[in-house]
Design a protein around this ligand. Structure first.
Ligand SMILES: Cc1cc2nc3c(=O)[nH]c(=O)nc-3n(C[C@H](O)[C@H](O)[C@H](O)COP(=O)(O)OP(=O)(O)OC[C@H]3O[C@@H](n4cnc5c(N)ncnc54)[C@H](O)[C@@H]3O)c2cc1C
Length: 393
């Protein structure tokens, strides 16, 4: 048996997800991609097998198996279908506001329904004019008695139209910059809330990406997460913990592409032998495998740090590094996989062109790779390493 640092329980859960992915999700992946339809059958499969429970603690109806396990589940599904993996990653992204800043009442109100998968959720930070610069958002929330009234719009929101609850960020004090942003839970049937458009995309085609409109949208004041003005900090703490979900998706795509290319290279023959015997192809395969394993090291390290209770600057940096490495590896490795398949890599009969299209988004959402580099460098500049230089200068 190959060396494996996981516990028996983790291995068992991974194998369950792996089997579901291979036997039930993989055979649907090309169809999901071609139809551009949200795969409710995959959601049902997750519900039946308690897969959403991997993302929640036992007190709220989850399995309490921790962050590393949750990341492994996303990775396993992404090896065959990036859209289906994203459903899991966004259940985490959309519920983290409640987990990190919700009161006990708020957690009891929403988390059990999210842990069972009865409800799906979403995270709405980005607007047409504010992506990387999220503090420039223009959506407002004004207190009116026992309610808040939201006005504005959000763009590029994953799970738009399929989510039942959205974590929405809006300005309660538009003059206060970052400190004027607050976070809310908005249920899909709130009056004045509407999904106004869904975007056709390059990849992750079965996932919905949409525009949300808030027109005098009224929600209970009790849906405020944390205090007024806490929203930006909450948004960033969420991203620290959710970005590795994208990293896991990216790593799964990269490993899936590597596995497929390896298999293909063993059987495709040119010049009298399998292309896996040509050294230039071997070099590509070796680099793909090594890059996947290096990316996995950063990702699993983040999972173990989280499970050990690490928080703050150290976690922020580890999260950004995992996302940066896994996203870049996914893009490079899937491009090489297409190359290894030659002409067959470019046509839709084979899955690697889908892997390559799906990989691209992992370098863009939940903070672009440029933003990850800014985050990592910002944390590095704060660190003191003078002791390392003692005796050198
Ligand atoms: C399919 C999809 C799903 C998404 N899902 C969600 C979601 O569920 N929720 C949500 O809130 N958002 C979501 N997004 C939005 C996504 O997070 C943003 O698109 C992303 O953060 C980039 O923002 P932007 O598109 O406004 O690009 P911009 O911020 O305009 O950036 C454009 C380019 O400039 C670079 N750049 C920007 N600022 C700097 C800087 N300071 N230094 C160096 N380079 C810089 C960027 O890296 C990028 O290359 C999604 C987007 C897509 C495409």
């Amino acid at each position: 048996m190959p060396w494996d640092a996981l516990s028996d329980e983790q291995r068992e859960l991974r194998d369950l997800v792996r089997t579901l992915a291979r036997e039930r999700i993989g055979p649907r992946a090309a169809e999901i991609d071609a139809s551009h339809e949200f795969p409710w059958d995959v959601v049902e499969l997750y519900r039946e097998n308690d897969i959403f429970g991997l993302f929640f603690d036992e007190a709220h109806g989850g399995l309490g198996t921790g962050t590393l396990m949750a990341l492994i589940a996303i990775e396993e599904v992404a090896k065959v279908c990036a859209t289906s993996a994203l459903i899991l990653a966004v259940q985490e992204l959309g519920s983290l506001g409640l987990k990190l800043a919700g009161t006990d009442e708020q957690k009891q109100q929403w988390l059990p329904r999210l842990a069972s998968g009865e409800w799906l959720c979403a995270y709405a930070l980005t607007e047409a004019g504010s992506g990387s610069d999220s503090a420039a958002m223009r959506t407002t929330a004004t207190r009116d008695g026992d309610e808040y009234v939201l006005n504005g719009s959000k763009r590029f929101i994953t799970n738009a139209s399929v989510a039942h609850a959205y974590t929405v960020f809006a300005k309660t004090d538009p003059s206060a910059g970052h400190a004027g942003i607050s976070a809310f839970v908005v249920e899909a049937d709130a009056p004045g809330f509407e999904v106004t458009r869904l975007e056709p995309k390059m990849g992750i085609s079965g996932s919905t990406t949409g525009e949300l409109a808030f027109d005098e949208c009224r929600i209970p004041a009790a849906n405020l997460l944390g205090a007024e003005g806490d929203g930006f900090k909450i948004a960033m703490r969420i991203l620290d913990r959710s970005r590795p979900g994208v990293a896991a998706q990216a790593l799964g795509i990269a490993q899936g592409a590597t596995d497929y290319a390896l298999d293909y290279a063993k059987t495709r023959e040119t010049m009298g032998k399998p292309i896996a015997q040509h050294q230039l192809i071997q070099a590509k395969l070796a680099d793909m495998e090594t890059e996947c394993e290096a990316a996995r090291g950063l990702l699993y390290r983040f999972g173990r740090m989280c499970d050990d209770g690490v928080d703050g600057a150290e976690l922020t940096k580890a999260s950004a590094m995992a996302k940066l490495k896994c996203g870049d590896v996914a893009m490079a490795v899937t491009t090489d996989a297409v190359q290894i398949l030659g002409g067959y890599g470019y046509i839709k009969e084979y899955p690697v062109e889908r892997f390559m299209r799906d990989a691209k988004i992992t370098q863009i959402y939940e903070g672009t790779q440029e933003i990850q580099r800014l985050v990592i460098a910002r944390e590095m500049v704060k660190e003191s390493r003078a002791f390392l230089l003692a005796g050198v200068v």
